[in-house]
Design a protein around this ligand. Structure first.
Ligand SMILES: [Zn+2]
Ligand SMILES: [Zn+2]
Length: 264
């Protein structure tokens, strides 16, 4: 998977340049209204929605499908089925992917005979170049420094990784638009718990640089790079893929991204 994500990075360089050209200028609301949204811990995406070129987006999605097939030949048949089902510009599905309407994505995937997980996965990958351009444009006009929410202030995704800097300040990182924002050093990014009795972390022997922070209040875990151990430039997309063994360990301990599933 590491090689796959390195190839994703290479593809993104071209698609981000194309997104830069095709994404229309943002139609902003007043700075006060945007700050108000952030003060409530809410992302700006629903308030200042980007207008994505649907046809181009679905063409991009095809490029990610082809890339995935190169690394997982077993998926070729499924990817061909997805391609047939997704021909054309499916504005409704793009909207659902962009705004995280997971039940809509799930239903559409099942209806087209595709794996919902893989449709989310590829759909998010294909959104990344657009969301990166969108985030960059917002960051040039909005001040995010006071934001302390657990979800991305730009697009509302849950952080996939955190980073503790040499000065002991923690930042969270968005897996979609790649924004980073400051967050409580001892705080659960899912439920907001700050209770030291509920929050803990583990590391794997010999690798103090990576830790898994977990919360017994909600069952959420977050992988964190501890830059107090070693300061270096880290690509968090690749670091996430390189540390899947930590996800497996966290899951074995009963933790889940987004917290424990609610049992019926
Ligand atoms: Zn984001
Ligand atoms: Zn929690």
């Amino acid at each position: 998977m590491q090689q796959f994500f390195e190839a994703v990075r290479a593809l993104e360089r071209r698609l981000t340049a194309e997104a830069e050209r095709s994404l229309p200028p943002l139609s902003l609301v007043s700075p006060e209204r945007m700050q108000e949204q952030l003060a409530q811990g809410l992302p700006l995406l629903p308030l200042v929605p980007p207008v994505l070129p649907a046809e181009q987006y679905f063409r991009d999605l095809g490029e990610y499908r082809a890339l995935l097939c190169g690394y997982e030949p077993a998926l070729v048949a499924e990817m061909q089925a997805q391609e047939r089902a997704l021909s054309g510009a499916d504005v409704g599905l793009l909207h659902a992917l962009l705004f995280g309407e997971n039940d809509v994505v799930y239903e559409r995937a099942v209806a087209m005979g595709a794996s919902p997980e893989r449709l989310y996965f590829l759909g998010e990958l294909a959104l990344r170049p657009y969301l990166a351009v969108y985030a960059e444009r917002l960051e040039s006009v909005v001040n995010f420094t006071g934001y302390r929410g657990g979800r991305c202030p730009v697009c509302g995704r849950q952080a996939h990784m955190g980073r503790i800097d040499a000065d002991n300040v923690k930042h969270l990182h968005c897996p979609a638009c790649e924004s980073t924002w400051r967050f409580g050093r001892v705080e659960c990014s899912n439920c907001g718990s700050t209770s030291p009795g509920k929050l803990g972390f583990f590391t794997v022997e010999g690798d103090e640089e990576h830790r898994v922070e977990h919360c017994s209040e909600c069952g959420h875990y977050l992988k964190v790079i501890n830059q107090r151990i070693q300061v270096r430039q880290v690509d968090l997309l690749l670091a996430d893929a390189a540390t899947y063994y930590l996800d497996r360990l966290a899951e074995r301990e009963g933790y889940r991204k987004g917290g424990r599933p609610v049992l019926a």
